[in-house]
Write a protein that binds this ligand. Structure first.
Ligand code: SUG
Length: 446
């Protein structure tokens, strides 16, 4: 008997070192904004405002904490030594790029934090979590340790929640988490179809692959997650991303497709074998008919989809149909804005569009959907998880005050070696683990 379940969204709270370091080859926004001066305070407040608006609308909204950056243990691991200040100074002098990687606030994009399978899909009927190894980029490959600690602290009850370590950190098992994973279902509590999207097959050099930019996710990684989570083959679909899309800047599938319930909203260039993928989903989905909302290149050219992040939207259930929560940039690009007007007039499953301003994050290639990790929880699981990270009015007020007290309004690449910044971050994060009731999760606290 299916249980009643909801989709909870856990947004990454933007960290105090949010900056533009151009670290992500293949991510057009990250490269084009390199060395711009960021505003960490505004970034964090934009993220909190998004969470608050969704919580006010009745969606279950959670918060995942930022990570400790600059990460001194990473700098020590690559040979910088002495006191923490010495380590920072040496890294700033000898390798600003390594310092930037160890300072990125990239953990904010929690769509990449982990892959999560709801208990309705798994063999042991627990919710399964696998933090993503993110090994395509050095700055992101250091996230999974603290992500794993945070998830274990929030979802601690082992009788309901299962935690796996990240996959082996080699390119053949490159895993980018939920950004390449979509679940289609009738009700959230029904068994669903888990759609895993990969960029490349690692152990087949003849298989199609992008030529310009890297494919970050492999088929082998997706299959490993499905095995670890105990998913039934009859409920899993694997789809290769179109290499042409990756080469146009679609570095994760959630930049070109988003699914919710029975609806898959996608661009015609998202999947290499579009027809086969849709047919597989249709034949596996029970209790609902797939609604495929396909956007053609003539409606929205691929480059406009990438520039606007149309598909990096959240697709959410409301009492009157689904709402598409889009980044503000979608209203700045004519083809996309026109398309959105037509979409709601069409009276399909998507009935409304709401605009969210997450510009600070967008300039690093992170839209509304990048900022959130979806966790489907039945009523008992929702009760069993740690409640201190669920956004209430009081928590929103507390976090806003916390950001205003600790975050700078300007951060440039030259600031990353400032020992004062490290002190500020540690002080802020120590206070945050208290606010969220998470216990000790950071290296400097252990
Ligand atoms: O991994 N940008 C992130 C953006 C992640 C977006 N996530 C999803 N699509 N789900 C990335 O490329 C840029 C950091 C910098 O350049 O400073 C960065 O890491």
């Amino acid at each position: 008997m299916p249980k009643h379940a909801v989709e909870a969204n856990f947004d990454g709270l933007v960290g105090p070192t949010h900056n533009y370091a151009g670290l992500s080859w293949g991510n057009v926004a990250s490269k084009s904004n390199v060395r711009s001066v960021s505003n960490p305070r505004e970034a964090a407040l934009q993220g909190l405002a998004k969470m608050k608006r969704l919580a006010d609308r009745g969606f279950v909204q959670g918060v995942l904490p930022p990570h400790e950056r600059p990460h001194i243990p990473t700098l020590r691991a690559v040979g910088f030594s002495g006191s923490d200040s010495d380590v920072l100074r040496a890294a700033a002098d000898h390798s600003p790029s390594i310092l930037a990687a160890a300072s990125s606030a990239s953990a904010m994009w929690t769509a990449n934090a982990a892959t999560v399978s709801p208990s309705a899909d798994t063999a042991d009927h627990r919710v399964h979590f696998t933090p993503a190894n993110l090994n395509a980029k050095f700055h992101r490959s250091i996230e999974h340790v603290v992500t794993g600690r945070a998830l274990k602290s929030i979802f601690a009850d082992e009788s309901r929640f299962a935690h796996h370590p990240a996959l082996p950190s080699v390119s053949q098992f490159g895993d980018e988490g939920a950004a390449n994973h979509t679940r289609l279902c009738g009700g959230y509590g029904d068994p669903g179809v888990e759609l895993f999207v990969y960029g490349q097959i690692a152990f087949n050099e003849q298989a199609p692959a992008p030529r310009i930019y890297p494919a970050r996710q492999t088929l082998e990684a997706s299959q490993a997650i499905a095995r670890l989570h105990g998913l039934k083959d009859s409920r899993v679909v694997y789809a290769q991303q179109n290499p042409e899309a990756i080469d146009a800047g679609v570095f994760h599938n959630d930049v070109i497709a988003v699914g919710n319930g029975n609806t898959l909203f996608y661009h015609e260039l998202a999947f290499l074998e579009e027809e086969r993928v849709l047919a597989d989903i249709r034949s596996r989905l029970t209790g609902a008919e797939l609604e495929a909302v396909r956007v053609s290149s003539s409606q929205v050219p691929l480059e406009d989809a990438v520039a606007s992040y149309l598909f990096n939207s959240q697709l959410l259930n409301t009492p009157d149909g689904m709402m598409l929560a889009v980044p503000g940039e979608c209203r700045e690009i004519a083809s996309v804005s026109r398309y959105l007007d037509e979409l709601v007039e069409d009276a399909g499953s998507i009935t409304s569009v709401e605009v969210f301003d997450v510009k600070q994050s967008m300039r690093n290639g992170g839209g509304p959907a990048c900022l959130r990790l979806r966790v489907v929880l039945n009523d008992d699981e929702l009760k069993a998880m740690h409640q201190g990270v669920l956004l209430t009015d009081a928590l929103y007020e507390r976090l806003t005050t916390w950001v205003e007290a600790h975050y700078r309004e300007e951060l440039s690449q030259d600031d990353l070696g400032d020992p004062m910044l490290l002190d500020e971050v540690r002080k802020a994060l120590d206070e945050l683990t208290g606010i969220l009731g998470l216990g000790s999760i950071y290296d400097f606290q252990l």
